[in-house]
Design a protein around this ligand. Structure first.
Ligand code: TYD
Ligand code: MG
Length: 454
């Protein structure tokens, strides 16, 4: 009998180790390394699909001999989804959709597949919900149900064997955490099962030219293997995020072999399923009537397009010896750094003040272009100084108080002008010679200039 191989794998980053250790030396997380029992080759041979693998024995080719006839991408029927994927689903690719339970992954994929099945064969494999539950949801959402093939199955080998007979162009596996392979001894949902199942499905996708979309749940406590361990083998990893109490969901790619990463797609969860939001700036900007201090609009760059987002800051006298600094939707370290810059180069002391920062609409801002916006909103709140409603600000702030340019300045300004903003404070290098129609653009070089221009 073939001896089962074991490996030690970090749940967080997927790094392999020859033996167990307390801390992962790659990602420095503690207690994340678990033993993974790798399947023996024998069982894989029993599967029909592996027979195909044997037939198509690989050959060495010169780079220019390789067939460049790219297969057309499969449009997912959601333009937002397509953009996140870099222009549609690539045939034969393996895609992972991660997200918290209840984010709406199953809904998104069911809607996509029902529409797609009208024009090409597609297979929806559900391991979590019963066929009846899925059918009821499809009916309730008024989706076309006459073409989509359904399968309730959790064995990866059987799914692949059925798919070889069914010949779909696209398979959805919902979810990868309940899938198991006969050969891997640990329970479904464990790192080894998830990793082996996903890599088996990925190989299957490549060899058969069938696109496979896998659903992966992320949990905070890490009891299920997070999609992190999978990112190595799949082609494309997208995250479906959003609080269940908020209507809006964002889809973002973290890895994409066929397109740009950090593309953002915005959806709204309604009682009739997911609807795409074509103009996300408009929803994140829906500001209440009346101006308030500490609120300011910035333009962030999301993948290939600008997005207008409102930033709110509240600065208040602190009653604690360690004043609180809370940042929602932004990096707290960046906030601490900007407070220091503000003290040294802006002459404002906030060490006895609580500072709360919130990015409206549950958006996460990782860009440095928010620095200047944050500082100016902070000053506005500190001085109870209301900023004009038609002002937009962006720019990176350096440690010596200099304002640095950010990429795509022109496009950001155009987007702001399109939404009716009349004034902009931006880094000098981003200020165009000819500002967009009807907009006054102030270019600043130093933090002091920016504060003076208020
Ligand atoms: P679901 O797709 O089951 O989430 P996941 O597969 O990511 O775990 O979505 C579940 C949530 O979506 C649930 O909390 C209810 C909500 N929802 C709606 O608001 N409207 C709808 O039409 C549907 C189908 C779900
Ligand atoms: Mg689900």
């Amino acid at each position: 009998m073939a001896k089962n191989k074991t490996a030690f794998v970090c749940n967080e980053c997927g790094q392999d180790f020859p033996r167990w250790q307390g801390q992962c030396s790659a990602c420095k997380e503690w207690n994340t390394i678990t033993e993974v029992r790798l399947g023996s080759v024998k069982a894989a041979r029993n599967s029909q699909f592996s027979g195909y693998a044997g037939e198509g024995a690989s050959e060495v080719q010169t780079l220019n001999e390789i067939d460049l006839n790219e297969l057309p991408r499969i449009p997912s029927s959601f333009t937002e989804f397509d953009r996140v994927l870099g222009g549609g689903i690539v045939p034969g690719s393996a895609i992972l959709i991660g997200g918290h339970p209840g984010a709406g992954k199953s809904t998104l994929l069911l809607q996509t597949l029902c529409q797609l099945a009208e024009s090409m064969p597609a297979l929806y494999v559900t391991g979590e919900e019963s066929l009846q539950q899925v059918a009821m949801r499809a009916n309730r959402l008024g989706l076309p149900t006459d073409k989509l093939r359904m399968l309730s199955e959790t064995s990866v080998e059987r799914i692949c064997d059925i798919a070889v007979k069914e010949k779909p162009k696209l398979i959805v596996v919902d979810s990868i955490q309940v899938m198991h392979m006969a050969d891997v001894t640990s329970s479904p949902g464990s790192v080894s099962q998830v990793r082996e199942s996903a890599s088996y499905l990925t190989r299957f996708a490549k060899q058969q030219g069938i696109a496979v979309i896998m659903v992966g749940h992320v949990t905070k406590d890490g009891s299920l293997a997070g999609p992190k361990v999978l990112e190595h083998c799949i082609d494309c990893s997208v995250m479906f995020e959003g609080d269940s109490d908020s209507r809006y969901r964002t889809l973002r790619s973290h890895k994409n072999r066929f397109g740009a990463i950090n593309e953002l797609g915005v959806f709204a969860m309604t009682e009739r399923g997911l609807k795409e939001v074509a103009n996300p700036s408009a929803i994140f900007l829906s500001r209440g009537e009346g101006e308030a201090s500490g609120s300011l609009v910035m333009v962030v760059w999301e993948g290939t397009r600008p997005l207008l987002v409102e930033l709110q800051v509240l600065v208040d006298n602190s009653s604690m010896s360690h004043p609180r600094r809370v940042a929602v939707g932004m990096d707290a370290n960046r906030l601490a750094m900007l407070l220091a810059v503000m003290h040294r180069h802006g002459g404002l002391q906030m060490s006895d003040q609580d500072v709360f920062v919130n990015v409206v609409g549950g958006v996460k801002v990782t860009e440095t272009s928010a620095d200047l916006t944050l500082l100016m909103a902070m000053v506005s709140s500190f001085r109870s100084n209301v900023l004009p409603n038609d002002l937009v600000v962006f720019g990176e702030v350096g440690l010596s108080g200099e304002i640095r340019p950010v990429p795509n300045g022109q496009e950001r300004l155009v987007e702001a002008a399109k939404h009716g903003f009349k004034r902009a404070i931006v880094p000098k290098a981003n200020a165009p010679k000819r500002p967009p129609e009807g907009m006054e653009v102030i270019g600043v070089n130093k933090l002091s200039e920016a504060l003076a221009s208020l």
